[in-house]
Structures are given as structure tokens and as C-alpha cells.
Design a protein around this ligand. Sequence first.
Ligand code: BG6
Length: 299
Amino acid sequence: MPHVNQLNDQFPIPGLRFETNPQGMVRATIQTPAAEAELYLQGAHVTRWKPAGHREVLWLSRSSWFESGKPIRGGIPICFPWFGPHPVDPQQPAHGTARISNWNIAQAEETAEHGVKLWLTAQIETFQMTYTVEFGHELKLGLQIRNSQTSTYELPIEEALHTYFSVSDIRQVSIEGLQQAAYIDKMDNGLLKAPAHTAIRFDRETDRIYVNTEAACTLHDPNLQREIVVGKRGSLSTVVWNPWIAKAARMPDFGDDEWQGMVCIESANVATNALTLAPGESHGLQVDISVNAMTNASV
Ligand code: BG6
């Protein structure tokens, strides 16, 4: 892990600073006219993004671990090369190793819109990973995966940008965009359910994988008078998750009452949309997130 002084010397970009948190983990902090943000090198994990003129967009648990080798609860973990439990080995970490691996900063640049763009790289199993994160008025995430020429990796590959959004009250928000998509209902033995044809609202634990959908999602939050738009390319699944009361209480790194203030909308290729990458083959996933003030008409 490089020393923060080295990183600050190497990337002297206005508004970008590297520092260590109290637990000794290295993170980038961004403070520019366009946005304030934070990214940990462990997992290339975005933990904060606040575009100018708006509140915090991402949710981060006050009970999260910030320890080397443990996933951070909130922000945007990268799930890869599997999603959920490992398909054959229960000893392997949930959601893959990418979110607990060390990533390197390969490049940093000031954007034309006074934001900051970072390029991160990592080698995960046989895959060369490149992740670009552009912190500005929008948050633009690009995950590029290339399987090595000599790869003998045999499992299907799953990936998700597991984005935790901050909401006023989960019972008061709705998600539009997935009305026409069938979904695997993890709360009902993984049954494949027909499209609901209505916006998603929450009144219980919800854990769904919407499949075969490239649709953008809009998260409406009338109490905050804002909507968050999640656009994506190169992704056929969208996971929607809220643990509700009992599961929140079971998770040691999740405050008991925090389920009320978050929802995950994860742009992914998982389950029946898992990828197969032949040796030498690449795949790109792009997610663009923007925030709009809600008009009265849209409330
Ligand atoms: C979601 C899954 O994406 O992540 C849930 O659909 C899971 O089933 C949740 O509980 C959190 O996973 P983890 O490994 O970060 O506790």
C-alpha cells in the first residue's frame, strides 16, 4: 500500500488529497466546486458523494467496519467475481474478493466540469480490473474487466456496483424503471416472478434480482424533494435490497435502526445474467448517477 505522501506527490490535482483514516486505511478525499467525495483504496470503495447544492447521496453505516480485509458497509462496494455466497466454497467471502482487495491509483485528472476523475486497477483472480470514477455534478462509474490470455477460470462471472443510497424514510420512497422486468425473489425461495407493472415501494424486507433489464431507475424521495437517476450500460440485472428490521438487527456492521434510511439499487450482471469471459475477452459496465430536485408535478 503506497504512503499517502507519495500519492499526494504523484497526483497533485486541485481538490484531491490522499490521507489515512484513524484505522490506518488509505482514502482519497475530493473537495471541488462540483462535489465532495471519498474513496477507499481497499475495494476501490466510494464511500461519499455529495454533488454541489445537494445532500449526501450515498448511505454509509455508522456501524461499518473500517478494517483491512473487512468490507465497508455502505457507499459502493464492487462485488466480483461472484455475487452473494461463493457458488461452491462457503469459506470464501460473500460478494467476491474485489471489495476487500487493495486497488492501485493508476491516474488522476481534473475534469472540465471541475470534478476529479480517478483510474484504479487491480488484479483479481485471472482478471485485470480497471475502474474509473468521475466525481462531479454526476457520479460516473466504469468497471472494465479483462480475462487474461492464459486464464483457466471456470466459473461464470458475476459483478455488481452495490450502490447504497441514502433516503429520508424507506417507507416513503419509490423506484421507477423496473415495472416491466421479471425478478428473482430471494425472499421467496428464489422464485422467478412476473413483472409487477408498478413502481417498487417498501413495506418489508426486500431482496430481488431484476433480470434481463437495461432500464435506468429513478428513486423518488418526496420528503427530500429529490430524485436520483441511475443509468447503466453493459448491465442486464438490477438488484434492489433493503434488510428491514430483523436482518438489520442480525448484521453486526449495520445499526439496528439504519434500515429506514437506505436502499440499494445495484447495477449488475448476476444469476441468470452472469457473464462468461473467454481468455483475452473484456467486458465493460458503466453506471451514471445524477440527482434532480423534484418538481411538484413529480412528487
Ligand atoms: C445484497 C444481497 O446485494 O447484499 C443481499 O442481495 C445481501 O442478499 C446484501 O444480504 C448484503 O450483503 P453483505 O455481504 O454486504 O452483507
